[in-house]
Design a binder for this molecule. Structure first.
Ligand code: XMP
Length: 320
């Protein structure tokens, strides 16, 4: 049983000192490695690890092919400025090969998990000689995985999986007692720019959690373009999270006087504090129309745009 630390009772400075000591004592003179995706959790854990281990921490950005536009360069560039060296590893082929032909949501998550931890990370860890993987699992990830709602890509021990036996390295999870609001407080106290601790959450399986049906490079490109538009238009809403989802069903549309059997994008925009419950943001209708216009005009193949109006539960924030 993991003891929760709520954002209210959290003292970020004490927490940070505690975790730095803990990470140092576990890793000692060894080497730890961590994967930075640029999300709130992995950015916070990277800074925590950097403060604890300095050069003994190797930070990797895995280019899995399913990230947002320009994300690898942006994230690596920002962290370089904060003094953290980030190595970008191109693993696009590994991920698309593993995702080929898979439509079931849990199989998709499992394919990403296995590719990431076994193939790609296994290879990186073996080459680096690291014995520890530092990662930003939070309590909500564990809760939802154990409850069987979603297999979060980063949860093992609570499911009875021993990472040492399965992958050959130990996992250190300094944020596991926190939820998203607590992680943000820690990120801010670690000196991360608002851009990082205040970012909207982004899931580990990245855009593949937002493609219903098979994940292919083409379908990812479609949802990537729609994501860029949604994030740009909704950036000042103060909403907890906003995203675009590519549906599998096609619908009849028309373009330039011709029938087009096109694809559909669903937009979701959530109000929430900790992602356990969420309600759709009351966006002005003008904003919704602007979203639809920009998407059908700029994302090839899209003829229909919808806005989700169901709450979590029974909905979830992501679609896969
Ligand atoms: P759901 O879709 O379960 O999402 O309502 C709850 C929150 O978690 C994020 N999410 C993930 N984060 N690994 C992560 O690190 C994952 O596999 C994952 N799946 C969902 C989601 O974006 C939302 O903020």
């Amino acid at each position: 049983m993991i003891k929760e630390i709520t954002a209210q009772e959290l003292n970020p400075e004490l927490f940070i000192q505690d975790k730095i000591n803990e990470i140092k004592s576990i890793v000692g003179d060894g080497i730890a490695i961590n994967a930075l995706s640029g999300g709130v959790d992995s950015s916070t854990v990277t800074m925590l690890g950097h403060r604890a281990l300095g050069k003994h921490l190797r930070t990797i950005f895995v280019e899995n092919g399913v990230m947002r536009e320009g994300e690898a360069d942006q994230v690596a560039g920002f962290f370089e400025k904060l003094g953290v060296t980030v190595k970008v590893v191109d693993a696009r082929k590994d991920f698309f090969n593993a995702l080929k032909g898979i439509t079931d949501p849990e199989e998709k998550r499992e394919a990403i998990t296995q590719t990431f931890y076994k193939n790609v990370f296994g290879r990186i860890v073996r080459e680096s000689g690291a014995k520890y993987l530092l990662q930003g699992t939070i309590l909500t990830d564990v809760d939802e995985t154990v409850a069987g709602i979603k297999r979060q890509h980063n949860v093992f021990e609570q499911l009875g999986i021993d990472p040492q036996a399965a992958f050959g390295y130990k996992i250190i999870e300094p944020l596991i007692q926190l939820r998203k609001d607590g992680v943000r407080k820690v990120g801010r106290a670690l000196g991360l720019p608002a851009l990082f601790f205040d970012r909207i959450p982004f899931p580990g399986p990245a855009l593949s959690a937002r493609v219903i049906g098979e994940v292919t490079p083409e379908r990812i490109e479609t949802v990537r373009k729609a994501t860029k538009i949604v994030e740009h238009i909704l950036k000042d809403t103060q909403a907890f999270q906003y995203l675009a989802i590519l549906h599998e069903d096609r619908v009849t549309g028309m373009r330039d006087g011709k029938r087009e059997f096109g694809q559909q994008i669903e937009i979701r925009c959530w109000d929430s504090t900790d992602a356990r419950k969420a309600t759709p943001t009351h966006l002005p209708f003008d904003t919704l129309e602007q979203l639809a216009r920009e998407i059908v005009n700029n994302v090839p193949g899209i003829v229909s745009v919808t806005y989700n109006i169901a709450s979590k539960p029974p909905s979830t924030i992501e679609a896969v």
